[in-house]
Design a protein around this ligand. Structure first.
Ligand code: SAM
Length: 207
């Protein structure tokens, strides 16, 4: 795979950007854990990452896909927002400090109200199916008519394959993903990462 990011950043810079995202293993591991998100991207458009951390996923998607993406991010940690604004120093106004559970707050920012892609991957484990339905409905409210909602789930998994603990955690992960699917009532596509328990699914608003 040709990776245009390697032409822009040194390996040390890439590893540092990964670390800022609290993701271990450096850029090589990050590629295996995040590149699969590109499977949901099928056209040019604006892309809102809800819980964007330092903005590195947005930066990666811009360079990993053949499509032109206009990046936007919201994040509730001030320190991460500062890093993301730094990463997008040519468009710091595309990043806002905002609670991703309160998308109504978008109106109080200068960010657009609707996007071609709306992506969210943070979930509290105790989230009920009804609460998931509310979250998904909120995501659709901020998606353009021909746009796509992408939801993801990153499940911590540092256990050894083949152990009962590994199987238990894997089953919890798959069970949580099934609950999101059930709340969504329809799935237009899904993908798993090459490494770790990471999953996304997408739903087109007009399908
Ligand atoms: C695992 S990082 C994901 C970063 C990036 N979106 C990605 O997929 O690699 C999750 C981020 O979501 C943020 N987050 C969690 N809950 C949030 C909320 N309610 N509102 C905004 N950001 C939130 C966290 O602070 C963290 O930076």
């Amino acid at each position: 795979m040709e990776d245009k990011l390697l032409e822009i950043y040194s390996k040390a810079e890439l590893d540092n950007l990964v670390e800022q995202c609290s993701s271990g293993g450096g850029y090589e591991h990050w590629l295996k854990a995040r590149h699969f998100v590109t499977k949901a991207i099928h056209k040019d458009g604006s892309f809102l990452d809800i819980g964007c951390s330092n903005g590195f996923l947005l930066k990666c998607l811009q360079h990993w896909t053949p499509y032109t993406l206009e990046p936007y991010g919201i994040e509730h940690r001030e320190e991460a927002v500062c890093l993301a604004k730094e990463l997008f120093s040519d468009m710091p106004e595309h990043i806002e400090l905002l609670d991703g559970n309160r998308l109504i707050g978008l109106k109080e920012t200068n960010l657009p109200d609707a996007y071609d892609y709306v992506f969210r991957n943070h979930w509290k484990r105790e989230t009920t199916e009804n609460e998931m339905k509310e979250v998904l409905s909120d995501l659709f409210n901020h998606t353009k008519e021909d746009g796509r909602v992408i939801v993801g789930l990153y499940w911590p998994n540092s256990r050894k394959q083949g152990t009962s603990d590994f199987d238990r955690v894997r089953n919890e992960f798959l069970g949580f993903a099934d609950k999101i699917k059930s709340a969504a009532a329809k799935v237009d596509g899904e993908a798993f990462s090459d490494i770790g328990d990471h999953w996304i699914m997408w739903m087109d608003k007009n399908s």
